[in-house]
Design a protein around this ligand. Structure first.
Ligand code: XMP
Length: 520
């Protein structure tokens, strides 16, 4: 067994697992633990360093997670991120207030540069760079022995240290891809811990290990049915399972009318490459019927999730009638689905991704989720290693509940038709302009807001379409795409001209955080 080098204390951040990934990328072993277990874990593992994650709580909240103060006297370097910094300040005699809320990018100015003062934690950092914030509280008084390393316009104590005790704090998130030099700060911390950074140590993807694990879980005779959508995550999970258990894996594609145009053909084509023929089930009419009059997005997710399971259990019965024993349902759940659906003890629930929180509690099938601990860009890497074609591996993600979560309010046949048409216009214009490969996600939203337009001298009160085009790698953060004005104009004109019932198009210029990529 490998030794734990860095312990990450999880206070419920959406990005705890991402911190772990970054540390692993720098060549160190990690363990994620709950705050109340930390002293015991330190005794067991004797780590070289400790990282406190962020979290949704406020240090003054009644049930806010805390650590035993003894941890600060153990002479182990500590890096507190966001809530981790606030808790450190609070426990050591500083002051935290519910401050100016700040989400997204901001400029950080370093006050001590490397050459001037040999600040180890700031080694290799430029004088000013962009960092991403996501916080409601802030430290307004530092504990004794701490000093400022860097400040942002709104947060004076954004980057602090107690050099003698090797305790460091960041109000921003070094682990997210959009924070510049985030990895450099983590690298500096690792070096302060006395560990060696192994720069070439890339994420260990270990296809062979994944295959072995699937074989071990499923055993030698049971069958697995798989929910496939043609998306990268479910296809990679399916390709791995097919490699592990061959024809005992049966992929099922449910045509529910909520998927992008051409998805069925695409699924059949890609599974031909994998060497398995998927079962295709038509459930278009019934899906719309079940969604009738439902306006709440979480309800929509649950209805769709429940219906999926009903379909899969029906299929399972058919297979059982042929004396085949089906025990598992394969899903392409990835880590961002898990964490947003409240995957850890102290994290907040953002939404029930249908393949995590949207499933019914009582389910006859057990879940098989081989890529559950992987991020989007890692799943794409797996796809490449498995030999899936590049244009497929780079495909835009598409939510499990499909267009249902892009149509705010009730999903009617008419509004679904409008959404599909608008989506095809957006995709075709981005493709024509040659920028589709650089876009992580693009889609229109039927907003359920209405506004006035003048079409052919007549007044029309039609629906507002919001255009969302974002850039990201691992889903945890995203920025909005700076599309050229001409393309925005073209998309807007085509949508209002070609879709009766649409009155105007607006462009969503919100980063994640605070906004999620999807609207619902
Ligand atoms: P958000 O909106 O959470 O999106 O920033 C992150 C990624 O997840 C997809 N997404 C979903 N996928 N069920 C899914 O299977 C859902 O309910 C859901 N909501 C969002 C989204 O398309 C993006 O890729």
């Amino acid at each position: 067994m490998t030794r734990t080098m860095i312990i990450i204390v999880d206070f419920g951040s959406q990005t705890t697992h991402l911190i772990a990934r970054r540390i692993k990328e720098l060549g160190c072993d990690i363990k994620i633990v709950h705050p109340e277990e930390i002293l015991k874990q330190i005794q067991n593992d004797k780590p070289e360093g400790i990282i406190f994650s962020g979290g949704p709580a406020s240090v003054y909240e009644k049930n806010a997670p805390i650590v035993n103060k003894k941890i600060f006297s153990l002479n182990i370097p500590i890096l507190g991120i966001c809530y981790g910094l606030q808790l450190t300040a609070h426990l050591l005699g500083g002051k935290v207030i519910s401050g100016k809320k700040e989400y997204g990018p901001t400029k950080l100015k370093i006050q001590f540069s490397n050459g001037e003062s040999k600040v180890k934690i700031a080694k290799g950092l430029p004088k000013s760079f962009v960092v991403w914030m996501s916080h409601g509280d802030e430290v307004i008084k530092l504990p004794k022995g701490f000093r400022i390393i860097g400040s942002s316009g709104g947060v004076p104590f954004a980057f602090v240290e107690n050099k003698n005790r090797k305790i460091y704090g960041l109000q921003f998130h070094p682990e997210v891809e959009h924070t510049e030099f985030g990895s450099q700060i983590l690298r500096n911390f690792i070096e302060i811990c006395g560990l060696k950074v192994i720069p070439e140590n890339k994420v260990e993807l270990g296809i062979k290990n994944l295959e072995l694990r699937i074989k071990k879980i499923v055993g030698g005779k049971d069958y697995v049915i798989g929910a496939v959508s043609g998306g990268v995550d479910s296809t990679v999970a399916a390709a791995l399972t097919a490699k592990a258990i061959g024809k005992r894996f049966i992929p099922i594609y449910v045509e529910n009318g909520l998927m992008r145009e051409g998805t069925k053909k695409h699924v059949i084509r890609i599974f031909k490459k994998i060497g398995i023929k998927p079962v295709v089930i038509n459930a278009v009419g019934e899906t719309l019927l079940r969604l009738k009059k439902i306006t709440d997005s979480e309800r929509k997710r649950k209805v769709i999730g429940n219906f999926y399971i009903e379909i899969f259990e029906r299929e399972m019965k058919k297979l059982k009638a042929q004396k085949l024993s089906v025990k598992y349902l394969l899903q392409g759940t990835i880590y961002s689905d898990v964490i947003e659906s409240q995957g850890t003890k102290y994290s907040a629930k953002i939404k029930s991704h249908h393949n995590v929180g949207g499933l019914p509690k009582k389910m006859k099938l057990k879940l098989l989720e081989p890529v559950r601990n992987y991020y989007k860009d890692e799943v794409r890497m797996l796809g490449r290693k498995l030999g899936l074609p590049e244009e497929f591996v780079n495909k835009q993600p598409f939510p499990g509940p499909g267009y249902a979560v892009r149509i705010r309010g009730e999903v009617t046949k008419e509004r679904l038709k409008m959404e599909k048409k608008a989506d095809s216009i957006v995709l075709s214009e981005l493709e024509k302009a040659g920028i589709l490969p650089n876009i992580f996600l693009s889609f229109p939203v039927m907003t359920n807001a209405y506004s006035t337009s003048v079409k052919g001298d007549g007044r029309q009160f039609g629906e507002v379409v919001a255009l969302r085009v974002v850039e990201s790698k691992d889903i945890m953060t995203s920025s909005w795409a700076r599309l050229p004005y001409e393309i925005l104009q073209k998309i807007s004109s085509r949508i209002v001209n070609e879709i009766p019932g649409v009155s105007r198009v607006v462009y969503d210029i919100t980063t994640k955080p605070p906004a999620t990529m999807e609207w619902e």
